[in-house]
Design a protein around this ligand. Structure first.
Ligand code: ING
Length: 312
């Protein structure tokens, strides 16, 4: 039996500061229509797709910072995307900066929503792993101020039954952490979708620059294989307001093989028919969590969040 879900990974080229959200939504709708013309069931858009990736700049004015965020989803600006999804009958994932008012407080998150082919929101993820720094580093060619502009995600790693399987999301830096894939896979995830904004340059560690593409693929190929899941990773690529961001939008099979990858640094669809039953040999045979190990024999407490010092 096959459970095929045809997916379009919708890479975004740069989003200049001069481009309005309305114009970006038009770009996304064009990609959505192209994906549907190729019979895709799901289109995945990238992290913070509606605007330039503003954590790359120092912003002191609160109103200016808030101008990058959505206070509701769908918002009036994104509603046309939801309407078109329902009209075309195609699901989508949208990454955006979320401004929430909870417990009487203003909270900012780096979020993504999974939306069904009826245009209704299935679930939301808030970015759990925040890279970079809180302080201003004016000597660097760009900042990475996610810890300053976002709170750590507080929704965990949920999964949802959708598109004929079990789907989970993460965002950008989360793909580098093995715990992301395991947390999702322990909840049955067969498909993990994510967006990323990844500079090719590391101001503090420039010797890592040449490894950017390698590390990007390494963590996801390992995560896909070791957890028997499809991984769909979508880039905001190219020179965005002076910051070069890598492409490498790709679809990775549960085998760990990259089965499709972008060739440009512009808007580009990377399409593949993913058979969710390809997860079975890995989840049931090679990495059968229940039958192939006894974690109680590992000598560590599985729930332990940080490595304990070796017993004296
Ligand atoms: N960006 C980068 C990412 O994790 C980064 C930041 C790059 C951290 C390379 C470490 C190494 O891909 C986001 N937005 O998380």
């Amino acid at each position: 039996m096959s459970r095929i879900i045809k997916i379009a990974a919708a890479q975004s080229g740069p989003v200049p500061l001069s481009q309005s959200r309305e114009d970006v939504v038009e770009r996304l709708i064009e990609q959505m229509r192209s994906a549907k013309s190729q019979d895709c069931d799901l289109i995945v858009f990238t992290e913070c797709v509606l605007t330039a990736f503003f954590p790359h700049w120092w912003i002191e004015d609160e109103d200016e910072l808030d101008s990058y965020f959505e206070t509701q989803m769908p918002s009036p600006i994104t509603q046309p995307l939801f309407d078109e999804a329902a009209r075309l009958k195609i699901g989508f994932q949208l990454g955006y900066a979320e401004l929430a008012f909870e417990d009487g407080n203003k909270k900012r998150f780096n979020s993504s929503v999974l939306v069904g082919d009826d245009g209704q929101i299935i679930g939301k993820f808030r970015k759990v792993h925040l890279p970079g720094h809180r302080d201003h580093r004016p000597d660097n060619p760009f900042q990475n101020l996610e810890k300053r502009y976002f709170e750590f995600g507080d929704l965990g790693f949920p999964t949802w039954r959708a598109f004929g399987g079990v789907v989970g999301m993460c965002i950008c830096n989360g793909r580098r952490w093995s715990e992301t894939y395991r947390a999702l896979s322990l909840q049955g995830a067969e498909l993990i979708t994510l967006g990323f904004n990844t500079p090719g340059h590391h101001p503090e560690f420039p010797h890592l620059d040449e490894l950017s593409g390698f590390h990007h693929l390494l963590c996801m190929q390992a995560g896909a294989y070791q957890n028997g899941a499809w991984v769909v990773a979508v880039s905001k690529a190219g020179e965005e307001e002076g910051v070069h961001q890598i492409g490498h939008t790709c679809i990775i099979a549960p085998s760990g093989k990259v089965v499709a990858e972008s060739k440009t640094l512009e808007d580009e669809l990377v399409v593949h028919a993913c058979d969710l039953d390809e997860t079975i040999p890995y989840k049931e045979y090679i990495f059968n969590y229940e039958k192939n190990r006894r974690i109680e024999h590992y000598g560590i407490i599985a729930s332990q969040t940080s490595a304990a010092p070796p017993s004296s």
